[in-house]
Write a new protein. Structure first.
Length: 292
């Protein structure tokens, strides 16, 4: 019996020692991991401050695109190089970081204001150079920047457009090389509509503002009172004579907007009763076109 008790005590003691050793190993491993993690965080923080562009490039390659866009923007603010702002913008658009995309685009496009960082000549040189590098039709990079700026800013503003300021800006970006404006698959106004569709919030007011504005644009005349002011260039360039009426493209986007926001005849009538008959007239105007 004594031998049995001794063996039991020895086994129990060994088991306790084994558990204690196991806990010590786990605790040591956790502490080591915590120290390594802390070191990694410190390296990243120091590196992000000392070499934001380098770390921005690294984080983009590993898929941390939003963080990469922030670091690239920080680098651009240090270098004041328009190419760095353009790269930050591209990465922010890819990451759907609307704040960084809005800010970086504003810096590039703000070439006519007081205290501007770049001149119009610097911006034009950038977009022409990128068109050449990408083997794109002339003007593609310019419209890409402006269209995504409109989209990002409206998303960043959560769908608020006080005084239709952003709408008017989008319309001004659609100006071609003549008295005509253009409307096609990369028109900044289309980006404005895309942003309204993608914002997951009740925004009936801005929907009907768009419907009304689009009717006004579609019915606009030039000074001679004979020609429509809107037209669409089939090859997405701003020169040449290959044009077709813009109305079908505008109608397609109106239809997408109505369907996405579930706008019905009843909703249109109720909104118009509270805000003005012009909204119902514009709604019916596009409904008739879509029915054709």
């Amino acid at each position: 019996m004594d031998n049995i008790n001794i063996n039991i005590n020895i086994n129990t003691t060994d088991a306790k020692k084994g558990k204690a050793t196991s806990r010590m190993v786990k605790n040591t491993a956790l502490k080591t991991l915590a120290v390594l993690l802390l070191i990694l965080i410190m390296v990243v923080l120091i590196g992000s401050l000392a070499a934001p562009r380098t770390f921005g490039d690294f984080f983009y390659t590993v898929g941390l695109k939003s963080y990469s866009s922030r670091l690239t923007l920080r680098s651009a603010e240090n270098t004041e190089d328009i190419d760095d702002f353009y790269i930050a913008f591209i990465r922010a658009v890819d990451a759907k970081n609307h704040k960084v995309a809005t800010y970086s685009a504003q810096v590039m496009l703000d070439y006519s204001s007081e205290g501007k960082l770049f001149t119009s000549e610097i911006y034009e040189e950038l977009v022409k150079r990128m068109d050449t590098q990408l083997e794109s039709v002339e003007g593609t990079t310019n419209v890409y920047i402006k269209a995504n700026y409109i989209y990002s800013k409206l998303r960043f503003n959560k769908g608020e457009d006080e005084g239709n300021a952003l709408w008017n800006q989008a319309r001004s970006y659609c100006k071609g090389t003549s008295i005509y404006y253009y409307y096609n698959s990369i028109c900044p106004i289309k980006s404005y509509i895309d942003a309204v569709i993608d914002i997951n919030k009740p925004n009936t007011q801005i929907v009907f503002e768009i419907i009304l504005h689009m009717r006004q644009l579609d019915e606009s005349k030039t000074t001679d009172g004979r020609n429509k002011i809107w037209r669409t260039n089939l090859d997405n360039s701003f020169t040449g004579t290959s044009y077709k009426p813009a109305q079908p493209y505008m109608a397609q986007d109106i239809q997408r907007l109505l369907e996405a926001k579930e706008i019905t005849d009843t909703i249109a009538a109720d909104f118009s009763a509270k805000n003005g008959i012009q909204y119902l007239n514009a709604y019916n105007y596009w409904k008739d076109i879509l029915a054709q």
